[in-house]
Design a protein around this ligand. Sequence first.
Ligand code: SAH
Length: 215
Amino acid sequence: MKSKDTLKHAGKRKQLVDVLVKKGIKNKEVLSAISKIPRHLFMDSGFDDHAYQDKAFPIGADQTISQPYTVAFQTELLEVKRGDQVLEIGTGSGYQTAVLCELGIKVYSIERQRELFKKTKLFLPKLGYSPKHLSFGDGYKGLEQYAPYKGIIVTAGAPYVPKPLMAQLAIGGRLVIPVGDDPQIMTLFIRKNDTQFEKHEFGEFRFVPLLENKN
Ligand code: SAH
């Protein structure tokens, strides 16, 4: 049985939000989403003490739930608004997915590990989160059938920028992707028109790798 969400957890979330503010996160909606989402329920029970530290944590199948600061930073960079379509690569625990749902985003998300995909697909609705579509597959290919997206967020380290993700971005849309081997450089691409993208870099982050060709 999963443990419940309590006032004690809410108190710890408030402290986490204070830490994120100190680290430079400004977007009020993002901070409010983090103050609401019971992150401890996205991890195996027994790890309550770790859930509200600003740290990544193992979630099984050799994967991790991203560090809250990283989730907040990437979400802030997306600059999306209620009703926008966003594609997430690497559903994992579904925590980032839940943050986007809290913002009123129409979320499409892809995961390549079958167990994680199945587990998260069952779990998110239990917390009241309804992403538009959760897909089992290879994020390198994106999800063409629902393109274009106002935002694409990649939550694993990409050795290079997959072309289909650039192609599936709406004009004016933003792709947030950590690029490189360990560590990665957080990179933002803004689509200017059919052929031109503006590129911005935001320093080093560490992610599990975006893996190819399992399916
Ligand atoms: N957003 C997640 C982060 C999980 S870590 C969260 O908030 O918990 C990155 C995830 O990317 C892992 O679950 C991993 O299995 C997945 N992944 C790795 N390569 C992938 C690929 N090619 N396509 C889709 N998902 C991938």
